[in-house]
Design a protein around this ligand. Structure first.
Ligand code: NDP
Ligand code: PMR
Length: 401
């Protein structure tokens, strides 16, 4: 098979990793198809630009809020769907500067029915990205948001509130994935970076913006948190080691700071791939906890999704080059789980605006014919007690309780 051939082509520095916690071959540390590399692979820094703010645990990030209002806020009240006077919806999409977030922004912008707030940590990159996909100026605004700094999240929220725009839909999409990291890195507030960014940053953001969504008069208000198949151990993909597992959440309880406590949610040794998958479990648990706490009273639809394997995105920028080379082909022809960025963007855009996807508490997936269906979450990702625990601890960590 082509992939075995590819594995055979690996340089001698590759070896079968036998120290996986699950006892099987581990994909920890820059692995692909069960092989691991001993060289440390550094992230591609070419994507970073002058105005990016980098967080470090020793010197918390100073984040200056940048915003460009490309159109004046619209104040025409919303009416119910079907009526011609429905105003433009406002949707915030985090991490809209590339991959799924950008494709979704493009798809929504093309309808002319949405104003997209691109909430991004790299303003210039976002501007170039919006232009590169042909989004026209009146359909978007870029606002600075670095999810790896709680200060930045708060400043983003203040800045958004000052814009006087209504908030109709919030999409928590941004994520980092560090499969090759040997040591943990940390957010400005000292949380392990993947969980700190993908979960805790979004947790604070969505909690602080909930009131704005409550106040919106838009007919279908939605809070969407992007999940993934790899956080669900009821799937083949979710069983590729290292598997997601929050354990008794003792590491989260301790603050994930890697000093007096583990940097991993379950209290174990650092593993970048596992940290990402754990963060996705937190994303899916948080969506359901939101649903339980707020859906009935607010009418807001809370949803998560697995958009398909978008094997070409920047998510894999820190993976070894060989992985990035082979992964799209592997997903296209072996698992057949591959979707293009454009198709994935259309899927997430459906969850934002399709009138048939208003059910709350749902984890959406798509079948081979690109038809949406309500998917089953793994036992852990649907554990209501764990969801409540993660919620309560997260509240403390981000300073909400
Ligand atoms: P990309 O890397 O292309 O997009 C991630 C985005 O998140 C980028 O815009 C990135 O910004 C942004 N981001 C990262 N860190 C921060 C931060 N600290 N503050 C603000 N923004 C940040 O990956 P994808 O499009 O693939 O990922 C999008 C979502 O889709 C993620 O939630 C991922 O878990 C999910 N997903 C992806 C799958 C896939 O196969 N690719 C499968 C299933 C789910 P910048 O451009 O500045 O780096
Ligand atoms: Mg996977 C149906 C099988 C399937 C699907 C849909 C995915 C999706 N993967 C599948 C199977 C396998 N993967 C198998 C059998 C292997 C072992 C050869 C495998 C390996 C693999 C690696 C090393 N897969 C990966 C990685 C990654 O580094 C990606 C990851 O886990 O990122 C967290 C990944 C992914 N596989 C997927 C998807 C969607 C990913 C990206 C993960 C995500 O965004 O959540």
């Amino acid at each position: 098979m082509a992939l075995q051939a590819a594995a055979a082509l690996l340089p001698p520095t590759f070896s079968i990793h036998k120290e996986g916690k699950s006892g099987g071959a581990s994909l920890k540390d820059s692995s692909f198809f069960g092989v691991s590399i001993s060289d440390h692979v550094k992230a591609d820094s070419a994507l970073k630009t002058k105005i990016e703010f980098i967080s470090s645990r020793k010197s918390p990030t100073t984040v200056r809020v940048q915003a460009v209002a490309t159109t004046a806020p619209t104040s025409t009240p919303a009416t119910f769907q079907g009526k011609k006077t429905l105003r433009k919806g406002t949707v915030i999409i985090t991490g809209a500067s590339s991959g799924l977030g950008l494709a979704t922004a493009k798809s929504l912008a093309e309808t002319g029915k949405w104003h997209i707030i691109m909430a991004c940590r790299d303003f210039l990159k976002a501007e170039k990205a919006a232009k590169s996909v042909g989004m026209s100026k009146e359909n978007y605004t870029i606002m600075h948001l670095d999810l790896s700094s709680l200060d930045s999240v708060r400043q983003f929220v203040d800045n958004f509130k000052r814009s006087n725009r209504p908030l109709d839909v919030l999409v928590c999409n941004a994520a980092v994935y560090q499969p090759t990291a040997r040591e943990p890195s940390f957010t400005a507030d000292g949380f392990e970076l993947s969980v700190g960014t993908n979960h805790l940053g979004h947790f604070l953001l969505s909690r602080l913006l909930l009131d704005d969504m409550k106040q919106s008069d838009y007919p279908s208000k939605r809070l969407i948190i992007v999940g993934s198949i790899t956080g669900n151990t009821n799937t083949l993909a979710g069983n590729v080691p290292p598997k997601a597992n929050l354990g008794d959440v003792r590491g989260l309880q301790g603050g994930l700071n890697g000093l007096n406590t583990s940097s991993m949610i379950d209290g174990g040794d650092f593993d970048g791939a596992k940290a990402y998958k754990d963060s996705k479990v937190c994303n899916m648990l948080t969506m359901q906890e939101f649903h339980r706490r707020y859906h009935e009273d607010t009418g807001i639809t809370f949803a998560s999704l697995y958009p398909g394997c978008i094997a070409t995105t920047g998510l894999f920028r820190e993976h070894i080059p060989l992985f990035r080379l082979l992964f799209p082909t592997f997903q296209k022809y072996v698992t057949k789980g591959f979707v293009s960025e454009e198709e994935a963007g259309k899927r997430l855009a459906q969850v934002v605006s399709d009138p048939s996807l208003t059910k709350s508490g749902v984890y959406w997936s798509w079948n081979k014919d690109s038809a949406s269906f309500e998917n089953q979450l793994s036992q852990e990702a649907s554990d209501a007690d764990k969801a409540r625990k993660v919620w309560e601890i997260s509240e403390k960590l981000v300073g909400l309780s």
